[in-house]
Design a protein around this ligand. Structure first.
Ligand SMILES: NC(=O)c1ccc[n+]([C@@H]2O[C@H](COP(=O)([O-])OP(=O)(O)OC[C@H]3O[C@@H](n4cnc5c(N)ncnc54)[C@H](OP(=O)(O)O)[C@@H]3O)[C@@H](O)[C@H]2O)c1
Length: 171
C-alpha cells in the first residue's frame, strides 16, 4: 500500500490556526478530492472532528488513544496509532492511504510516507499570541524529512496563489 501525506502549508509553515485552515483555495480542495477519492484517509482525532464526518467516497481511519470507546462503521474506523491505521487500511485491501493531518499526525506519520504532496500557499499567516497554531515543518521534522525526499514541481493554481510540489522518498 502506497502511503502519501497530503498537506497545504503557508510561507511561514503554518497549516492551521485555532483548529481551522486559515485560507480557502477551491482549486486545492478539488485536487485533494480527485486525488484521495476511493482511497483510505489517515486522520487525527482533532482534524476529523473539525471535518465533522467521513468525507464521501473515502474511508477515514481516525487515530486516537481513546479508540476503544468508539464504534466503527463502513466509512470510519477508529485506530490506536498510525501504524494500527496503516495495518487496518491494508487489511481492507486499500492500495493507497493518504495521511491528511493534523500537525501531530504529519509529525508522527512522516516516517511511513512514500510521498508527500505539498501545496505551498503563497501567504504569510498572521496570528495572535494566544492563538493555537499548527505547523507543518519545523526543526523537529524538516531536516530529516528534506534529507529523505526528492522534490518535483508539479504546477500552480490558475491565479498563482499556491504552488504544488510532489516529494518522493529516495532513502
Ligand atoms: N493545512 C492542512 O493541510 C491541514 C490538514 C489537516 C489539518 N490541519 C490543521 O491541523 C490542526 C489540527 O492538528 P492537531 O495536531 O491539533 O490535531 P490532529 O493531529 O488532527 O489530532 C490530534 C489527536 O490525534 C490523536 N493522535 C495524534 N497523534 C497520535 C499518535 N501518534 N497516536 C495516537 N493518537 C494520536 C490524539 O487523539 P486523542 O487525544 O484522542 O488521543 C491527538 O490528540 C488544525 O488547525 C487543522 O485545521 C491542516
Amino acid at each position: 500500500m502506497k502511503i502519501t501525506a497530503i498537506v497545504a502549508v503557508s510561507e511561514n509553515n503554518i497549516i492551521g490556526v485555532n483548529g481551522r485552515i486559515p485560507w480557502h483555495i477551491p482549486e486545492d480542495l478539488k485536487r485533494f478530492k480527485a486525488e484521495t477519492y476511493g482511497h483510505a484517509l489517515i486522520v487525527g482525532r482533532e482534524t476529523f472532528k473539525s471535518i465533522g464526518k467521513p468525507l464521501p467516497g473515502r474511508h477515514s481511519f481516525i487515530v486516537s488513544k481513546e479508540w476503544l470507546y468508539r464504534p466503527n462503521t463502513d466509512l470510519r474506523t477508529h485506530c490506536k496509532s498510525i501504524s494500527d491505521a496503516i495495518a487496518r487500511a491494508k487489511n481492507k485491501e486499500y492500495e493507497k492511504a493518504y495521511i491528511i493531518g493534523g500537525e501531530n499526525i504529519y509529525r508522527d506519520g512522516m516516517q511511513y510516507c512514500d510521498e508527500v504532496h505539498l501545496t505551498r500557499v503563497h501567504t504569510t499567516v498572521e496570528y495572535r499570541p494566544d492563538d493555537i497554531v499548527a505547523r507543518f515543518y519545523d526543526e523537529y521534522f524538516l531536516l530529516p524529512w528534506e534529507a529523505n525526499f526528492q522534490a518535483f514541481d508539479s504546477g500552480q493554481t490558475s491565479d498563482g496563489k499556491a504552488s504544488f510540489y510532489k516529494y518522493v522518498r529516495v532513502r
